[in-house]
Design a protein around this ligand. Sequence first.
Ligand code: PLP
Length: 396
Amino acid sequence: MIKVPAAREFSALEKNYLFTEVRRKTQKFLTENGGEVINLGIGDVAFPLPPVVVEAMVKATLEMGDNARFKGYPPEGGYPFLKEAIAGRYLKRGVKIDADEIFIGDGAKSDTSSFPDIFGRADVLITDPVYPVYADSSVLRGNRVTFVRGNKQNRFLPSPRGVEKKPYLIFLCSPNNPSGAAYGHDGLKEWVDFALETGSALLFDAAYSAFAGVGVPSSVFEIDGARECCAEFGSFSKSAGFTGLRCSWTVVPKELKCRKSQVSALWKRRQSVKFNGVSYVIQRAAEAALSERGITECGHAVEIYKKNAAAFTAFFKARGIWHTGGELSPYVWIECPKNLSSVEFFNGLLSGCRVVGTPGSGFGKAGEGFFRFSGFATENAAAEAVRRFERSDLFR
Ligand code: PLP
């Protein structure tokens, strides 16, 4: 046995990461009962990579086997061709971002959880319920966490009104995981104004921006003043099926300064210490996903996920079950029927419908009594899930 102690912060974490727990319970059910379940739990994509992405990977792989075109370590922060393609994606949406404000990463999970490393001790402000990584990584770092609660009244889009005014590291995710709710321009502006007023850094997770559609900002940089107080995280995981490939980006604008330091310089330095970049093959794949053909091919899957979420929403609406999300997001968030707790509903759904969803309580205290359904499924699986809901007593 070694005599070095484990980091003290581990004892403050939940025993199991939420999705590990859902997987464990599902596995146990299958072992005991056999057969199949429809998995609307974890937010993993259901379709293979689009052909344009596969072709780009094959081409890049062949280059890697060629004497003249082989590439070693990628440039710090990513290849210019991918940064330019991402800057082009922003420009199409009317947002001007320079390529040198973009840093390529291996996933929004790593980027969001690592970014606070560059700041000194500050309280972290997190909306609840939300993607558990923000709180867990803050706990591991030893940051104090303050939660702003979502609820039915604010339709799970909490505002900073009433929050003590001091500098925070604020995490905001819109369209939101798990509630599927998305801030409109005014709601997001309230947060940007709060960050500007308090000297906070607003860390905006736009992992689901491809689902946002018209009418809601798909980037925090659509809001005036955001360049002085925000960084943004984007991901190819959900928009282009890269959950197994791993590629993401962080936008750190030149105007974002922390006392005398440029935040982008701190992030570059931090990444150069702890990260050696994303492979050439994957960066070429990501570039292909942003090409005209890539946008069309990736868009097919996104549309199906949105249609699935809309089909769940239509069912809940017909049954008078309170819900949010499902339009600008792959997720639908419901209030558990019959006053069931999140876990009771999970168990009932698994045994009664053989459908796996995610208990809202796993996303924070404010998620208790709520439940998340993910539209990341094939159309057939989603339609079959709705048929099972229709036959079930759980929703009557
Ligand atoms: N951010 C949010 C809000 C997510 O829901 C997820 C994954 O589910 C991630 C980040 C992780 O994305 P990536 O696959 O790019 O690490």
